[in-house]
Write a protein of this length. Structure first.
Ligand code: ADP
Length: 214
């Protein structure tokens, strides 16, 4: 059983890389963004509550996200482990995840940080919107430059503190997300192969106990 977190700013490629990783035996990708958008589309109580927050690019409340993830990771398809895509995004979420994984007896193998600079993220967004429109598709309601700038600022303020948090635990691995998609996938696979069953520090309990293999 392995759990992996893919961490990075909006548009860094977390979704693409998580989907590719899902093909590894039995790992389930959970994207909190996708889960929230599904709630909005289905006009559930949660969906109606979070729609405006998503459209602004702000974060939905921690308790809501933690409850949603807590319920989801208890389901059958998560029993071999999860790739967390877009979660945790705040220190409070990270601490809640630690507690949930500890309770489940399910270790955190690695946190993969996808590093991409902000100008590149803005460029990627421009091409993505143009491609979607050219293909006659529908652009996500939070996919515009103004909202992206807010999402980047939210990332800087609320999510980047997770980098030292996980680095101190010895589970952080940084991958250059500016490289081509295939190169990034291979780098992630290599990290996980290296860490398979070799890191006693990554079980959510052994805080500040660096992994001896890295
Ligand atoms: P991206 O990776 O492009 O930022 P996501 O699909 O991960 O997009 O997230 C879209 C939106 O969903 C976020 O801007 C935020 O409003 C909300 N969201 C997703 N995950 C979380 C989370 N863990 N905590 C709070 N809000 C979240």
């Amino acid at each position: 059983m392995i759990n992996v977190i893919i961490l990075g700013p909006p548009g860094a490629g977390k979704g693409t890389q998580s989907q590719r990783l899902e093909e590894r035996a039995g790992l389930k990708q959970l994207s909190t963004g996708d889960m929230l958008r599904a709630e909005v589309a289905a006009q559930t109580e949660i969906g109606n509550k979070v729609k405006a927050i998503l459209d602004r690019g702000d974060l939905v409340p921690d308790d809501l996200i933690v409850a949603m993830i807590g319920k989801r990771i208890g389901e059958f398809d998560c029993k071999y482990g999860v790739i967390f895509d877009g979660f945790p995004r705040t220190l409070a979420q990270a601490q809640a995840l630690d507690a949930m994984l500890e309770k489940k007896g399910s270790p955190l193998k690695a946190v993969i940080e996808l590093a991409v600079d902000e100008q590149e993220l803005l460029n990627r967004q421009r091409s993505r919107i143009a491609e979607t429109k050219a293909a006659g598709g529908e652009v996500r309601s939070d996919d515009n430059e103004e909202t992206l700038r807010n999402r980047l600022s939210v990332f800087r303020q609320q999510t980047t503190p997770l980098i030292p948090y996980y680095r101190d635990r010895g589970v952080l691995e940084t991958v250059d997300g500016m490289q081509p998609v295939d190169v990034v996938s291979r780098a992630i696979k290599a990290i996980l192969a290296k860490n398979d069953g070799t890191c006693p520090a990554s079980n959510g309990n052994a805080v500040k106990n660096a992994c001896p293999t890295r």
